[in-house]
Design a protein around this ligand. Structure first.
Ligand code: SME
Length: 162
């Protein structure tokens, strides 16, 4: 396992291309999904310095509960269909939100959050078991490049769930 994250590229796509195999190598031999979410959040945060990076896990049929994250204190539970995270879960679709103030029902865990991307994480049967939530203190921080690479990272996490 790599002991230290190394990112030397300057473009976002190249940074993701360097990051992905390092995440893969860290989580490949570890079956525990919490451990893998924890290291994935840490590596994403270290690489991109976003305001908040973390996971909400499906707790029951109606509720997401806070999982491993990097960043300030966050909301603990989110109902299905509520906010960006609850919408990503309900629709089983990545949500890219350029301006959180324009998203109906956005849950403001932090007033510093200005834009957001939320990516569903599935188990091997294709059921959503968690969402990866990333918040920026800048408007328009996330685009199709982020969607592409973060969906790949979410795929890597699938193996830890049966
Ligand atoms: N803004 C999110 C809630 C989670 S946090 O910002 C960490 C949402 O609307 O789902």
């Amino acid at each position: 396992m790599a002991e230290e994250l190394i990112i030397t590229a300057t473009t976002k796509a190249e940074q993701y291309a360097q990051l992905l195999p390092q995440i893969q190598s860290v989580i490949a031999d570890e079956p525990d999904p919490i451990a893998n979410m924890a290291n994935t959040a840490a590596m994403l945060h270290q690489a991109f310095r976003w305001w908040w990076v973390g996971f909400y896990r499906v707790a029951d049929a109606h509720t997401l509960v806070l999982g491993p994250f990097q960043g300030p204190l966050a909301c603990t539970r989110i109902r299905k269909g509520r906010g960006v995270c609850g919408t990503a879960w309900q629709e089983d679709q990545t949500q890219v939100v350029p301006d959180v103030d324009q998203f109906p029902g956005h849950i403001a865990c932090s007033s510093a959050s200005r834009s957001e991307i939320v990516v569903p994480v599935h188990d091997t049967h294709g059921t959503v078991v968690a969402v990866l939530d990333i918040d920026s203190d800048q408007l328009n921080a996330f685009d199709e490049t982020d969607r592409h690479w973060l969906e790949q990272i979410a795929q890597l996490l699938r193996h830890g769930h049966s």
